[in-house]
Ligand binder design. Structure first.
Ligand code: PHE
Length: 337
């Protein structure tokens, strides 16, 4: 029996050296160690041995089995390594990569992020409000009572619930004051809705970016300094501005800040309606009634607010001459950014 075992071991190990692939390896595993394998058959015969022979031969048989199993495991690992190497060899790492199709940011989002960076650097926090807004925050709290003609300035989508689709980002002013108190520096980028007949420069959906700064002794000089910083951030250079009086019930005094038309350089063109100037930034010092609505003492605190026409700015920056392209979802347009 000892000799048979030794012979089997030698024969098996010999055959193992010739293995070339994992199929051959599996075949040999079955041939020797499988249920009807040669070694398995021998192990079954152990029970017929004389009682005193059993322990010794049994031990030997086990050693042979372990030796074969170990060798097969080694070979298997070796073959796997080889397979990996051959894959690595088949991959030419110097070949140019396959292009990956990724989306891109909407031009509106690109400019919004740029502005957020400018304002974060100035210590402003970025807040967003709901699209469906109460009449209170959209009008009432902003010093625009129910019967006030200023409500007509903003053609409004009214919901049957009595709420509105927010007509301007100013709706966040009082919400922010209520939540964060004073001093406060915040911007509110957001989507606004107006019941407009659409044309190249009007859409029922557009974006604004509101700014609000509340503290003690805020002046118009602070307002203009921040506006200039904003424009520098967006256009990468100083832009000529002019200020005109403007009326909004939630600021006093109120202004329109115009920028020199960047399409014609101020000479006059169709975009600036031949004036050389573009209305871009309505702004002013926050009305005491609004400060009060925000839960603050207008004797102690004041501040400025502005409502940047984000959509208009995007059109200026990229030379887009039809506002409807922005919400069109047309990939031929969007892929350019
Ligand atoms: N919310 C105003 C509008 O949409 C703009 C504005 C904002 C004016 C802040 C003054 C101060 O017309």
């Amino acid at each position: 029996m000892d000799k048979i075992l030794e012979k089997l071991k030698k024969q098996a190990l010999d055959e193992f050296t010739k293995i070339k692939n994992s199929q051959e390896l599996e075949d040999l595993r079955i041939k020797y160690l499988g249920r009807n394998g040669e070694l398995t058959k021998l192990l079954k015969e152990l029970k017929d041995l004389a009682e005193e022979e059993k322990p010794r031969v049994g031990k030997l048989a086990n050693e042979v089995k372990l030796a074969l199993a170990e060798k097969l495991d080694d070979l298997s690992l070796h073959l796997q390594g080889k397979a990996k190497n051959s894959i690595a060899q088949a991959t030419d790492l110097t070949l140019p990569g396959q292009p990956v199709k990724t989306g891109s940011l909407h031009p509106n989002t690109i400019i919004q992020y740029e502005l957020e960076d400018v304002f974060k650097a100035l210590g402003f926090r970025v807040l967003e409000g709901p699209d469906i807004e109460s009449e209170y925050y959209n009008f009432e709290a902003l010093n625009i009572p129910d019967d006030h003609p200023a409500r007509d300035m903003q053609d409004t989508f009214w919901l049957t619930s009595g709420e509105v689709l927010k007509t301007h980002t100013s709706a966040m002013q009082v919400r922010a004051m209520e939540k964060y108190g004073a001093p406060l520096r915040a911007i509110f980028p957001g989507r606004c809705f107006r019941y407009e007949a659409t044309d190249a420069s009007h859409d029922s959906t557009f974006y604004q970016l509101e700014g609000l700064m509340i503290d003690q002794n805020i002046s118009i000089a602070n307002l203009i300094a921040v506006m200039k910083e904003l424009l520098k951030g967006v256009f990468g250079k100083e832009v000529k501005v002019r200020q005109r009086p403007g009326y909004f019930p939630f600021v006093e005094p109120g202004f329109e800040l115009d920028i020199n038309c960047l399409i014609c350089g101020g000479k006059g063109c169709s975009v600036c309606k031949q004036t050389g100037w573009l209305e871009l930034l309505p702004c002013g010092l926050v009305h005491p009634n609004v400060i009060k609505a925000g839960g603050l003492d207008p004797e102690k605190y004041n501040g400025f607010a502005f409502g940047l026409g984000l959509t208009r700015l995007v059109m200026m920056k990229y030379g887009i001459d039809d506002i409807r392209l922005l919400q069109s979802g047309d990939l031929r347009f969007l892929k350019q950014f």
